[in-house]
Design a protein around this ligand. Structure first.
Ligand code: DGJ
Length: 561
């Protein structure tokens, strides 16, 4: 180590780190005491991550700048130290910048009032060593609606922590949101977790926290126990009446056939809000909640999905009941394009940043990254991508192997090197993104005066008509393609694609003008600045801009003649 680096390292260790890049810092800090233990030796100076909004677009701010989560979520038990060696190789192979993983209540408070944060500390220390950020999932009162990850003293004591009663008087697996004892116990543990994170994470390795996991109840729309029934027969809280622009009354009077579900959603959201806001008061990391989804196209009886969770039809209720939760986020396991698109349309709202904390691990899901980013998303995360040997087929892949990881690594290789720049463009500018539909049909995007048409299964040379009698690119029977476009100026765009061709035309059908590429540059970003590598022209532009599997990013200037 040179004297200069030693001096700089000492300076950073002493005075904090705000102004330096994360990469340089991690190199310098590898000699600091703070790095060897998760107990910080420096004052908290890195800004606490936050979610900011401007004109209905959002940015997740990390180290003071917009950050894009190109993530992976580990399996439910992979946060145990014995499992982590099988997680990191997948994170590395994938090129993920963020790992999402659980913190189970049973891990941190196995005995009431006695806390053990060793699992969290190991995860944070190892994440730092692997130069990735963490999003932690609080598996508290609800994990896929059940208290399975709550400690024995909680899930084994129905008297103190009552379960939801179905309309026939039978117990469901889910704990009820209506009991103070449950709220107090969950909230206390969550506050301890946030207090611990505040103490040990001055580096802001942890950038967001999900509060509970897929909350709700199956096979009962709400709790029918006497205490819950009494509340249901009473008035709808004034805040909700006002927020939903309704007239006061009982739940049935105000919400009619939706009364049971809205009642349960409200009480679930209020419970989660009270847990989240208590933790947020201690350490204000961005917090969110994830949804086991309701069918976005066909009617589904709430008896058959996780009623009371943040399904698309109750996002408004969550927004009123749980303002600390900045995101209602969809866990997407719909393989077909139409359903997938309907899911993201339901969650990308001017009051809700799109974040996909879970998507199936099978290869065809990887292309959905493009459509998600086209809706100004702050992140995308396939679920269960680790090498622990478990796979959740038919939701995800049959086996999570190198081939599966590479299906996601390919678009990550394209977007990863410009993730910060993309996050900034997405926060400040118009962006578009499309994923190849199941039928491979081309899609046209309206870019204002210009249109972009994205087509698939094309070779680099020639038009569709040339290919009669020739084969299609290998592997293109399975839809894998996608494209991203960001506006850089009125006639200038950043264009990136994967197994897709992008053509431009004029939006005005009456115009007699012809479109031409004034200049197409392939390049990359360095420290936020575009670095030009070479021009695309001739064969590379005569038939449109065709992207195959190699990561190529273009700056395209259009003109007419
Ligand atoms: C959604 C849950 O949030 C995950 O923890 C996991 O259980 C998947 N479903 C299924 O593998």
């Amino acid at each position: 180590m040179t004297a200069d680096v030693q001096h700089l390292r000492r300076t950073v260790c002493t005075f904090g780190r705000t102004a330096l890049s994360v990469a340089v810092l991690s190199m310098l800090l590898s000699g600091c005491d703070v790095e060897k233990s998760v107990t910080p030796a420096v004052k908290n100076t890195a800004p606490i991550p936050s979610i900011v909004e401007k004109n209905g677009r959002f940015a997740l701010m990390v180290d003071g700048a917009p950050y894009l989560i190109l993530g992976t979520q580990m399996n439910n038990w992979s946060n145990y130290p014995s499992m982590l060696p099988k997680v990191w190789p997948a994170v590395e192979k994938l090129g993920a910048n963020t790992l999402i993983g659980p913190v189970a209540w049973e891990q941190i408070e196995p005995i009431e009032g006695k806390y053990d944060f060793s699992y969290v500390d190991t995860l944070i220390t190892q994440a730092r060593a692997h130069h990735v950020r963490l999003v932690l999932l609080w598996f508290g009162t609800w994990k896929n609606t059940s208290p399975s990850y709550a400690p024995d003293w909680v899930k084994g004591n129905n008297h103190r922590f009552p379960r939801i009663v179905d309309p026939k008087g039978n117990l469901t697996v889910s704990l009820s949101p209506h009991y103070q004892a449950t709220l107090d116990a969950d909230r206390k543990a969550f506050v301890k977790l946030m207090t611990h994170l505040k103490e040990v994470d001055s580096e802001r390795t942890v950038i967001m926290v999900q509060v509970e996991n897929e909350p709700g109840v199956y096979r009962s729309v709400r709790d029918h126990a006497p205490a819950a029934q009494k509340l249901f027969d009473g008035p709808v809280p004034g805040e909700l009446v006002a927020g939903m622009h309704k007239k006061p009354g009982t739940w049935k009077q105000v919400f009619g056939k939706n009364a049971d579900e809205y009642f349960h959603a409200w009480h679930m959201a209020r419970f989660i809000e009270q847990v989240a806001s208590a933790g947020h008061a201690v350490y204000p990391l961005p917090m969110f909640v994830n949804a086991a989804l309701r069918d976005p196209i066909k009617y589904q009886d709430p008896f058959n999905y996780a009623s009371g969770g943040p399904t698309w039809n109750v996002i408004d209720i969550y927004k009123i009941a749980a303002p600390t939760l900045r995101i209602e986020a969809p866990d997407i396991y719909a393989r077909d394009y139409r359903t997938f698109m309907a899911h993201i349309e339901g969650y990308a709202r001017p009051d809700n940043p799109l974040f996909v904390p879970e998507i199936g691990s099978d290869a065809p899901y990887a292309r959905y990254l493009f459509a998600v980013l086209g809706r100004h998303a702050i992140g995308f995360t396939p679920f269960g991508v680790d090498f622990t040997g478990f796979s959740n087929y038919p939701l995800g892949a049959k086996e999570v192997n190198d081939e599966i990881v590479d299906a996601f690594a390919a678009p990550y290789r394209l977007i990863g090197p410009m993730a910060r720049e993309w996050a900034k463009l997405s926060f400040e500018n118009d962006v578009w993104g499309v994923s190849e539909p199941d039928d491979h049909k081309a899609q046209t995007l309206d870019l204002g005066p210009w249109n972009a048409t994205v087509s698939y299964r094309m070779w680099q040379f020639g038009l569709e008509a040339f290919y009669k009698g020739y084969d299609r690119p290998a592997g293109s029977d399975m839809p894998t393609g996608g494209a991203l476009i960001a506006r850089l100026g009125p006639d200038e765009f950043l264009v990136a694609g994967y197994r897709a061709r992008v053509d431009f035309s004029l939006n005005d059908p009456k115009s007699k003008k012809h479109v031409m590429f004034m200049r197409v540059e392939e390049g990359h970003y360095e420290h936020g600045k575009w670095v030009f590598d070479h021009v695309w022209n001739g064969d590379a532009t005569d038939w449109g801009l065709t992207f195959l599997a190699q990561p190529q990013v273009l700056r395209v200037k259009l003109a007419t003649y």
